[in-house]
Design a protein. Structure first.
Length: 239
């Protein structure tokens, strides 16, 4: 993704909130994304545990340090498995779908991960001792500092990544202010939902720059619950 966009974005942050600008983290596409079909973009809330300002580089370094038997945690288990299922067009099967560690082994071997990650907030949440809680004050502060009404950096990032499918991590079911979500995903640019959250996922076509992108909202990727029932089955039915 264009570093120029992120650099310009950070300049706005530095102007509006120089104290928090040091928490600004880059995100974007993993290797193999541009040649993958369909291209899947996962949008979460905020970054954590990033040693540097480059989220993708940090995650790749961590991936390369793991073995197939190491635990990835709910967040990455679900993202890696969903990316695999969507890329292969398969439905999830407990007996046939490879485990996340094996999938990651295959991705590492070819240096082809084929998905992108971005967060609605670029501020790193430094509260590691509260790792299960999003810092919504910090998230909303970032969205205010970004001045999205003047330049919609988040929509520009999505447009540069050109995803075919966007999977969002329960952005509407939390304390992110609606006025900011409406700037990123304007209601007039979202078609009527096909599923509601009673079925664990919601699909809407999102119109951006003349393209119709499938936007699927799920539970947060770290949510407690059954992977297949909460994520794999409902997402693949919609895909």
């Amino acid at each position: 993704m264009s570093e120029k966009l992120l650099d310009n974005w950070k300049k706005v942050i530095q102007k509006n909130n120089p104290e928090l600008a040091q928490l600004f983290t880059h995100d974007g596409a993993f290797p193999g994304y541009s040649s993958t079909s369909p291209k899947v973009l996962f949008i979460g809330r905020e970054s954590r545990y990033a040693p540097t300002e480059n989220r993708v580089a940090d995650d790749l370094a961590w991936f390369r340090s793991l073995t197939s038997t190491d635990s990835l945690g709910n967040y990455w288990n679900r993202i890696i498995t969903l990316a695999y299922l969507i890329q292969t067009g398969q439905k999830y099967s407990p007996n046939q779908t490879p485990n996340p560690g094996t999938i990651l082994d295959q991705m590492r071997a070819t240096d082809n991960y084929g998905f992108a990650i971005m967060n609605i907030s670029k501020y790193l949440n430094p509260e590691e001792e509260k790792s299960g809680t999003s810092n919504f004050n910090l998230i909303n502060q970032f969205l205010e500092d970004s001045e999205l009404d003047k330049r919609n950096f988040i929509q520009e990032e999505i447009a540069l990544l050109e995803p075919d499918i966007i999977i969002t991590a329960n952005l509407w079911g939390c304390k992110i202010k609606k006025k900011y979500l409406d700037m990123v995903f304007p209601p007039q640019d979202l078609a009527a939902p096909i599923f509601d959250k009673a079925k664990n996922a919601c699909l809407q076509n999102f119109r951006l720059n003349g393209r119709a992108i499938k936007r699927i909202d799920t539970y947060h990727f770290s949510a407690v619950g059954n992977d297949q029932k909460l994520f794999y089955d409902p997402v693949m039915e919609l895909v």
